[in-house]
Design a binder for this molecule. Structure first.
Ligand SMILES: Cc1cc2nc3c(=O)[nH]c(=O)nc-3n(C[C@H](O)[C@H](O)[C@H](O)COP(=O)(O)O)c2cc1C
Length: 466
């Protein structure tokens, strides 16, 4: 008999009040307002570690949502990703109280230079003993661009060109600048590191000039596990070249398969194995000990959900709650002097009322289930076996109820069905955990070409310090 496919189990988090479940932070017992406290993160990490989660995935943006109603007031009132703190900085706290939990953290390639980021990630890879992943994003908020000295957003495909070079730089630093055996810690001869095994990278490109050497010594994974979420042609090509774990935002099984196949095709174009990547979907899961309990929770989340929060998050160009329900979107756009393309995902004949109702309902889709542990586990098995999903990023409605309920009620069901990857006696790196192979990126991934200082374009006399 073939082994059942194991579930990659991630919790979807953000170092903020309201990440994607808008309007739910005031619910009784919800801890979201505690995100400034280190104990919030250590408590959460403990729940996830004990609950057999593979990782916590930390989203991030570097600007405010300020297009809905022409400013950030709605986002600010709702706690919608503002206030928000740096996601990298909570990882050491969580790492200190866990041994196995992985950390996927978001960082944008568009605004901050690669050198200091590479060093921060190497530091985290050391402190976590190889349990970090990087969610590569190029950022989509106009306000983020203005925070980093730009007038406006960099055009979408251009962002991916910059990202490609950013990746090239960090690969050179992580993989090429130091040899595996550079660090000697030789007390007798008073040699910490062998200078012959460390080198400049001397990267000179269109967007970045970076001399190196990398300041951190080689960490367990060197390059963190590379995550990416994408849907566009430029993003898919980028994922095919770089990503190891891909988030797809598909609402249906067909969306998911189309996206996953497109990324696999792109990986093949870059000489990589089609089956070398993992695909993770965002899942909404509400579990109760009885059907009634699950339904009650779901009703409470539905009742409290903030439509204004959703509209602000999506940067919706119309103030739908203030418009008559029977007005059509087309007429509303005309009245506001906006082009029809401002709302490309709705037909102009849709009424405001239907659009508002749709916004609520859209929060569910193929990858949503509410029910008893058995119903939930059956559904997750369907996603794994029928849809070809490799894992879930569990959306939080309530912190910590969502994670705790899943750990206490669903994980035992999944474990009994052989769907949970059991941990060995010794902790392993995140890459080993997710792929069941070694801690380092495997050839022919593009990063591996720099190992040993190959392909660095560095003049010979600068290649080695001794
Ligand atoms: C599950 C998921 C998580 C994401 N997390 C972030 C994030 O934390 N920060 C961010 O700037 N973008 C995030 N995004 C947006 C993606 O980075 C990307 O912009 C989006 O998928 C559109 O793809 P494209 O870049 O190919 O157009 C996320 C997308 C998905 C589906």
């Amino acid at each position: 008999m073939t082994e059942p496919k194991k579930l990659i189990l991630n919790l979807f988090e953000m170092n903020t009040v309201s990440h994607i479940s808008h309007g739910l932070w005031p619910l009784p017992g919800n801890n979201r307002h505690r995100f400034n406290d280190i104990e919030y993160w250590t408590e959460l990490a403990g729940i996830l570690e004990d609950g057999s989660f593979d990782g916590v995935f930390l989203a991030d943006v570097v600007g405010a949502y300020d297009t809905f109603r022409g400013g950030p007031a709605t986002a600010i009132r709702e706690g919608l990703q503002i206030p928000s703190n740096d996601p990298l900085l909570v990882i050491p706290a969580m790492a200190a109280v866990t041994k196995h939990l992985g950390f996927g953290v978001t960082f944008s390639t568009s605004y901050e230079p690669p050198f200091s980021f590479a060093r921060r990630m190497s530091t985290l890879d050391h402190l976590t003993r190889g349990r970090v992943g990087w969610n590569i994003v190029t950022s989509y908020l106009p306000n983020a661009a203005r925070n980093f000295g730009l007038e406006d957003e960099i055009p979408h495909d251009r962002r991916y060109e910059i990202a490609d070079e950013f990746l090239d730089v960090v690969y050179k630093l992580w993989e090429g600048s130091w040899d595996d055996d550079a660090v000697l810690i030789d007390r007798e001869n008073r040699v910490y590191t062998d200078p012959a095994k460390v080198r400049y990278i001397d990267h000179v490109g269109e967007n970045f000039r970076v001399a190196g050497p990398h300041l951190s010594e080689p960490s367990p994974q060197r390059t963190p596990v590379l995550y990416q979420a994408t849907g566009s042609p430029a993003g898919i090509e980028f994922a095919g070249r770089h990503a190891e774990l891909v988030f797809t935002g598909g609402k249906t099984a067909e969306d998911f398969r189309r996206n996953a196949d497109a990324v696999r095709d792109a990986a093949e174009r870059h000489g990589r194995r089609r089956d070398g990547l993992r695909f993770v979907i965002q899942a909404g899961i509400i579990v109760g000990r009885t059907e009634e309990e699950a339904a009650d929770k779901w009703r409470s989340y539905q009742r409290n959900l903030s439509v204004e929060g959703i509209l602000a998050h999506s940067g919706f160009p119309l103030d739908l709650p203030k418009l008559p329900r029977e007005l059509t979107i087309g007429a509303a756009l005309d009245a506001a002097g906006l082009d029809r393309s401002a709302v490309p995902f709705l037909s102009p004949d849709t009424t405001v009322g239907a659009a508002l109702d749709g916004l609520r309902a859209q929060r569910e889709g193929r990858f949503f289930v509410a029910g008893t542990p058995k119903v939930v586990a059956d559904e997750i098995e369907r996603w794994l076996d029928e849809d070809g999903v490799d894992g879930i990023n569990l959306r939080q409605y309530h912190s910590f109820d969502t994670a705790r309920d899943f750990a206490e009620l669903v994980v035992p069901q999944l474990r009994a069905r052989g769907r949970i990857a059991e941990r060995g006696e010794h902790p392993v790196t995140l890459r080993e955990r997710l792929f069941g192979r070694g801690p380092r990126l495997e050839e022919p991934h593009v990063a591996t070409r720099y190992r040993g200082g190959a392909h660095l374009d560095v003049p010979l006399e600068r290649l080695r310090f001794a």
